[in-house]
Design a protein around this ligand. Sequence first.
Ligand code: CCH
Length: 285
Amino acid sequence: YSKQQDETPAWKKVNYQNVYKDIADLLEDENYDDGSYGPVFVRLAWHASGTYDKKTRTGGSAGATIRHAPESEHGANAGLNVARRRLEPLKQKYRNISYGDLYTLAGVVGVQELGGPTVQWRPGRSDKQADACTPDGRLPDAAQGADHVRDIFYRMGFDDREIAALVGAHALGRCHTYRSGFDGPWNASPTVFTNFFYTELLENTWVPKKWDGPKQFVDKPTGAFMMLPADMAFKTDPRFRTYIELYARDQDTFFNDFSAAFAKLLELGVKFPEDAPTYRFKPLD
Ligand code: CCH
């Protein structure tokens, strides 16, 4: 075979539309949580990327260091091994895909296939070894408030509007006591991407949960739904609250803003090959 063929970079040898389809096929499992791996794939993509520090230009999804100890063992990443294990057969099937591309693409699939907006995505991340792991403490601490949330997301390069849009992902999934210590879903449809994070936050009266677990909030009438202390900050902080009210009444604006901010998150710190195409995958039927 020709020499030229051998020099094709690995990322170019992958059919990402096929990977998208195969990830989508891994979402459903009636025995897992609320029936879908979508939420935990979105969280994996976010935690793989949200370690970025714009000053030192370290962290982010480029090296997929989240798969290595000690980063994999950081408290914030508890439970994400479940998502990585679910995706591993696809790394074996598509040997040329990088883990960074696989984990971020899984986040895109999770958002889109659960009914969220389409999210632009590019391939070409190249994996790094454990010595590139980021220090603990780069991801947000759910027990803290608006100042902390701003510190964390400003470090990545986001503004208040983008932060308020990103946290809308808390329409999806749930908290697990054996992962974060917190407990419960944010709303009644945790496997559908909606603007319910904002509507629930504004429309309910949230009271401290009576239990011996970490401080969190539950809705007053039923106690079935939850908010983290960090989530509550979006209601009490006046500058965040403007956007919470906007997204609660305007789902289209939320979808547009989320799509742009999530795509930006997945690219933080990544130096893409110049000829890496941008994909906008069609959701499957
Ligand atoms: Fe989050 N998140 N997140 N989150 N998150 C948790 C679960 C999910 C914080 C804390 C937690 C974002 C921002 C924040 C998801 C997506 C995003 C949990 C429970 C905690 C704690 C984990 C468990 O027990 O399994 C805090 C604090 C912030 C910001 O201040 C952003 C940004 C995103 C994505 C764009 C998703 C999805 C879940 C559900 C995971 C699942 O397994 O169901």
